[in-house]
Design a protein around this ligand. Structure first.
Ligand SMILES: Nc1ncnc2c1ncn2[C@@H]1O[C@H](COP(=O)(O)OP(=O)(O)O)[C@@H](O)[C@H]1O
Ligand SMILES: Nc1ccn([C@@H]2O[C@H](COP(=O)(O)OP(=O)(O)O)[C@@H](O)[C@H]2O)c(=O)n1
Length: 212
């Protein structure tokens, strides 16, 4: 079973993806890490983020199995990732690895921006997780504080709005719910409530899929 989860920054998609993967015993891929890793390679080499050919080369040689989540998680890398993610050739270079991760025998949970629309358009279960920009900024601020990183909530809200606009406005694989995705707004929900709601949606999708 493939579970495709998309949504904007700090909507809680990664948290839900991890919990659903644990619940169903499926492998999980946070696809945002791939774009973050491409951006980090450019920055580490002292290259600008618009160095398209270098970004494509980095994407082509990236190995999903060796991503260092801790080094990629911080705030600047999210912004940087959304710049390299707008290059269609970078996205194309990352496509096969994501599809092969999804094609594991038992299935997989993938989260990102284009899983339900581009990477796994045939996934039987698609969730589009969202929350208000203010709530997402509040969550990301708490997360950064918890990691000991500097966190100014107003600046984080501005980041989130800028990244939403860039991710939704790009020509290739924009952030968008697939037509057959179920939308889950987690604004007023705790993590546990959001998980229970997601679980119900997944179970009802599985039941509908099995009755076909
Ligand atoms: N429903 C929720 N209520 C409160 N905090 C949440 C909720 N869902 C996620 N979080 C917290 O918000 C932050 C961002 O969540 P995360 O799952 O990483 O988002 P995303 O993967 O969409 O960027 C994390 O610190 C997470 O623990
Ligand atoms: N499938 C994906 C995943 C991420 N991305 C890009 O990578 C950036 C970082 O994604 P992320 O999921 O790690 O970011 P957060 O939602 O965790 O803040 C996003 O803003 C997108 O521009 C993408 O284009 N497609």
């Amino acid at each position: 079973m493939i579970i495709a989860i998309d949504g904007p920054a700090a909507s809680g998609k990664g948290t839900l993806a991890k919990r659903l993967a644990a619940h169903y015993g499926l492998p999980h891929l946070d696809t945002g890490l791939l774009y973050r890793a491409v951006a980090k390679r450019l920055l580490d080499a002292g290259l600008p983020l618009d160095a398209r050919d270098h970004a494509v080369a980095a994407a082509t040689t990236l190995d999903v199995a060796t991503l260092d989540e801790d080094a990629l998680r911080g705030r600047p890398m999210g912004e940087a990732a959304s710049i390299v993610a707008a290059f269609p050739d970078v996205r194309a270079a990352l496509l096969a690895q994501q599809r092969s991760f999804a094609a594991q025998p038992a299935g997989a949970v993938l989260d990102g921006r284009d899983i339900g629309t581009v990477i796994c358009p045939d996934a039987p279960v698609k969730l589009f997780v969202t929350a208000s920009a203010e709530e997402r900024a509040r969550r990301r601020t708490l997360e950064l504080v918890g990691r000991g990183e500097p966190a100014d909530e107003a600046a984080i809200l501005a980041d989130i709005r800028r990244r939403d606009a860039r991710d939704s406005g790009r020509a290739t694989a924009p952030l968008l719910p697939a037509p057959d995705a179920v939308i889950l707004d987690t604004t007023g929900l705790t993590i546990e409530e959001a998980f229970q709601a997601a679980l119900q949606l997944v179970e009802s999708r599985i039941a509908a899929y099995n009755s076909l």
